[in-house]
Design a protein around this ligand. Sequence first.
Ligand SMILES: NC(=O)c1ccc[n+]([C@@H]2O[C@H](COP(=O)([O-])OP(=O)(O)OC[C@H]3O[C@@H](n4cnc5c(N)ncnc54)[C@H](OP(=O)(O)O)[C@@H]3O)[C@@H](O)[C@H]2O)c1
Length: 332
Amino acid sequence: MSQINRQLVLASRPQGAVTPDNFRLVEAPLAPLADGELRVRNHYLSLDPYMRGRMNDSKSYAPPQPLNEVMIGGTVGEVVESKNPKFAVGDKVVAMFGWQEYGTSNGTGLQKVDDTHVPLSAYLGPVGMPGVTAWYGLNRIIAPKAGETVVVSAASGAVGSVVGQLAKLAGARAVGIAGGADKCRYVTGTLGFDACVDYKAGNLYQDLKAATPNGVDGYFENVGGEVLDATLARMNPFGRIALCGFIAGYDGQPVPLRHPSLMLTQRLLVQGFIVSEHMDVWPEALKRLGTLVAQKKLHYRETIAQGLDAAPEAFMGLLKGKNFGKQLVKLI
Ligand SMILES: NC(=O)c1ccc[n+]([C@@H]2O[C@H](COP(=O)([O-])OP(=O)(O)OC[C@H]3O[C@@H](n4cnc5c(N)ncnc54)[C@H](OP(=O)(O)O)[C@@H]3O)[C@@H](O)[C@H]2O)c1
């Protein structure tokens, strides 16, 4: 009797906010493996903001997610069957199998990982793509010096939480911006940032000013909109801004910028980046991040939805800030 693979495909493109109708559940029988192939039971699926952009049929740095195909996504899981000599049953692998319970592959692009000291799920968070994103933007664009002030938005999230902790390890003052008192308490209390500004409290610029008495030397942007405006106004001359994400505008709302001339008058370096275009740094970054997590010097938090069916709701929540830390879906 053949096994069934449950998958979520993109059924339609969102008009504005994502809705459950944009996804469709498909049950596909698993075909027998060909020589050279292996099969993985996915344990966790990563939900990431970039997926929202892929749901649009518009020009971007990556092609759109095709309709009626399995939604793109990073996964970690365990090899359950193998006709590939490089992979044995029981190996743990990181892959891009997407929103489905099983993945079948010839091994290309799969990374074996060791979950002895680093939990499997962390390979989708601080020791995976979000962690490398933080490492790259901080070290290669902001390059903080000891004593400088680094601000990061979406500070309690997968990327932002790593940015601030790495900035602290580099000797900088780390200031987070996050939505809500709970998230801010976590950012200063557990993650060890020097300060955190709750942008939902209604006093963003004044609170940020109080949290950055010496101005801002490096800003790691995850959000856009009013948060970017407020931080721009605190930038010191020759400050560096790493443009990582603009999540406040992903559903199509315009992201206003009221004072763009500050980029000139403060002589700022403003650099956008896409982490997948810098594969050369991944080994160095992952080694550092894996060591820090194994030594419990890099803290992280996860929000875990249970089962594939819960993925659309969890994804919609991620785009509204309902997640607290890295958003995952547990598939087994
Ligand atoms: N350039 C790259 O290569 C690259 C790679 C990975 C990620 N990214 C970007 O990095 C950013 C963070 O990604 P992540 O995976 O770490 O996600 P995350 O921070 O774990 O989760 C997203 C967070 O964004 C905040 N948010 C959501 N909607 C918002 C809105 N309308 N206004 C303000 N904040 C909002 C929420 O935090 P609050 O509750 O605190 O608002 C939410 O928890 C995203 O913009 C993503 O696109 C870029």
